[in-house]
Every structure is written in structure tokens, then in C-alpha cells.
Design a protein around this ligand. Structure first.
Ligand SMILES: C[S@@+](CC[C@H](N)C(=O)[O-])C[C@H]1O[C@@H](n2cnc3c(N)ncnc32)[C@H](O)[C@@H]1O
Length: 269
């Protein structure tokens, strides 16, 4: 048991459970209707291209921090054999199971802290996928990527599609527009190691509610890459992009001067 990690993950479980029913109301897409159509996918062209380059046919895919499973269900819908999603939130896992049923997708969803993923999943997955807004909840990347590597088959692919750590330096704007009279001054140091405390996780409707505290962790690109390598995963490609996947940096995307997202692929030796 990693007590430091647990203190934060149980608080974050409460915070994500509070957000689950709110997201159902505020997200712009009716997911039940969306996934009632065969082959429906919410993946963008960047992630679709990379996933297809692995060859999805016959592949088993795991997603760490899968939320309501919409990405994983999409991956199965575009050709993977089956998916297993892991997430700490009871509410989001319940929704993921409902959506998989609607989509008739071969997906299993496991409510668990990533830290507690059991050894029955060791060496099981051809692809381990981690996307948008997952790494920030992980207090210890060496532990996290150790678990990711453990559940991958030898020769399996790791795929990360995430916010660029650079986004900690610039203001997140709900409106998508640049703040009036914007003079850029870093929100946090790129090297910040303080836990970031927040309240409220409705990044669709930005509803204010009596939210419990949540805890995020900032990691530099170097720390991410080195934790992947340290877990015995060979780095294949690291690519940075000027497009926003967080829905709060549209203004920066328009400027085209910042790295706002990145993809990292690797292979388990
Ligand atoms: C922003 S979502 C990212 C997932 C997905 N890409 C998305 O866009 O919905 C973050 C997810 O991480 C989960 N999470 C946070 N801490 C976790 C932990 N320790 N173990 C497993 N899941 C965790 C939350 O419940 C939440 O569903």
C-alpha cells in the first residue's frame, strides 16, 4: 500500500464521483444516442491514425483512467478485438458499462485505483492507451508506468495522447477566447512540484457545485519520457502539436505558438 498515493486517490475518487452525474447533463453529445450507431467513434484524426498504425485487428486494448469509456468503446468500434478500461470513479464506470451495452462493444470496465490493478491482468494487453487528462492524477509516474508495463504483452504498444505540460504555464479559458489585455505570465513554474488543489470538475458546462477538493500533479515532459523508459518501454516516437485537446486553450491554438498536446508511442521490450 502506498499511503501517500492513497490519500490523494480516495479524495479524487469522491471528486470524480460528484462530477459523473453533472457531466451526464452538461456534455455536448448524447453518448447513448451516439453509440447506438454501429462503428461510432469520438476519436480525433491524430489518435485514430496512431491507433490504426498499430494494426487494431485482433488486438486487446487497456485504457488507464478510462472515465466513461467513450474512447475505449470508440477503439473497439474502429477495429480492436476487445477493451478493458480501468478507472477509480464508481459513477463513470457505471456509465461506461451502460454505454458499452448500447454500443454492443466487447468492453469490460473495472472500478479500481490504478495502483490496485491486480496481477490477473499481467502481460495481457497488446495496446495500453492513456489519454487526455489522465497523467495529472498520478502522484508517482514511476509507479504508474511500472503498472502500465506490467499489464502489456512483450512487444505490446504504449500510446499516450495528452495535454502538453507547457499548458500549466498559460491560462485555461472556459470561453476559449484570449483573456482581455492578455500579458503572458506563467501560472505555475514548469518545474512546480507542489500538489495542485482544485474544486469542481465540470469541464463541459463549468457548473459551480459544492465540489470536494481534488488533487493534481504536474509532470515535465522529461519526467514522463524517463518514467516510460524506466518501466522497460522502448520509446518509438514523441510528437508535439499546437492544437488544444483540453478545451480551454483555443486562444493559444489560434496563436499557434505553443505546444498544447503531444503523442508518445513506445513498445514493451
Ligand atoms: C479527465 S479523465 C481522463 C480520461 C479520458 N481521457 C477522458 O477524457 O474522459 C480523468 C479520469 O481519471 C480517473 N482517475 C483519477 N485518479 C485515478 C486513479 N488513482 N486510478 C484510476 N483512475 C483515476 C478519474 O476518475 C477520471 O475518470
Amino acid at each position: 500500500m502506498n499511503e501517500g498515493w492513497k490519500k490523494y486517490s480516495e479524495a479524487n475518487r469522491t471528486a470524480w464521483n460528484e462530477a459523473a452525474p453533472i457531466h451526464r447533463k452538461t456534455r455536448p453529445v448524447d453518448l447513448n444516442e451516439f453509440f447506438s450507431k454501429p462503428g461510432a467513434s469520438l476519436l480525433d484524426p491524430v489518435e485514430t491514425g496512431i491507433l490504426k498504425s498499430f494494426g487494431l485487428d485482433g488486438k486487446t486494448v487497456a485504457q488507464l483512467c478510462c472515465n466513461n469509456g467513450r474512447d475505449l468503446i470508440s477503439i473497439v468500434n474502429i477495429g480492436a478485438k476487445s477493451g478493458t478500461g480501468f478507472d477509480i470513479s464508481d459513477g463513470f464506470i457505471e456509465e461506461a458499462r451502460e454505454l458499452a451495452k448500447t454500443a454492443r462493444a466487447d468492453c469490460e470496465f473495472v472500478r479500481t485505483d490504478i495502483l490496485d490493478i491486480g496481477h490477473e491482468y499481467d502481460n495481457r494487453f497488446d495496446i495500453v492507451y492513456i489519454s487526455i487528462g489522465a497523467l495529472a492524477w498520478m502522484p508517482d509516474l514511476e509507479v504508474f508506468f511500472g503498472i502500465a508495463a506490467r499489464i502489456m504483452r512483450p512487444g505490446g504498444n504504449l500510446f499516450i495522447y495528452e495535454h502538453h505540460p507547457m499548458t500549466y504555464l498559460i491560462p485555461f479559458e472556459e470561453s476559449g477566447f484570449a483573456p482581455e489585455g492578455l500579458v503572458l505570465k506563467p501560472e505555475y513554474s514548469y518545474f512546480n512540484k507542489q500538489t495542485i488543489e482544485g474544486r469542481g470538475l465540470d469541464y463541459f458546462g463549468f457548473t459551480e457545485y459544492g465540489a470536494s477538493k481534488n488533487f493534481e500533479f504536474q509532470h515535465t515532459l522529461g519526467e514522463i519520457v524517463n518514467s516510460v523508459i524506466g518501466a522497460g518501454i522502448e520509446l518509438c516516437e514523441l510528437k508535439e502539436y499546437p492544437h488544444d485537446i483540453a478545451n480551454g486553450f483555443k486562444w493559444a491554438e489560434e496563436m499557434g505558438k505553443f505546444p498544447l498536446s503531444y503523442t508518445l508511442t513506445g513498445r514493451k521490450k
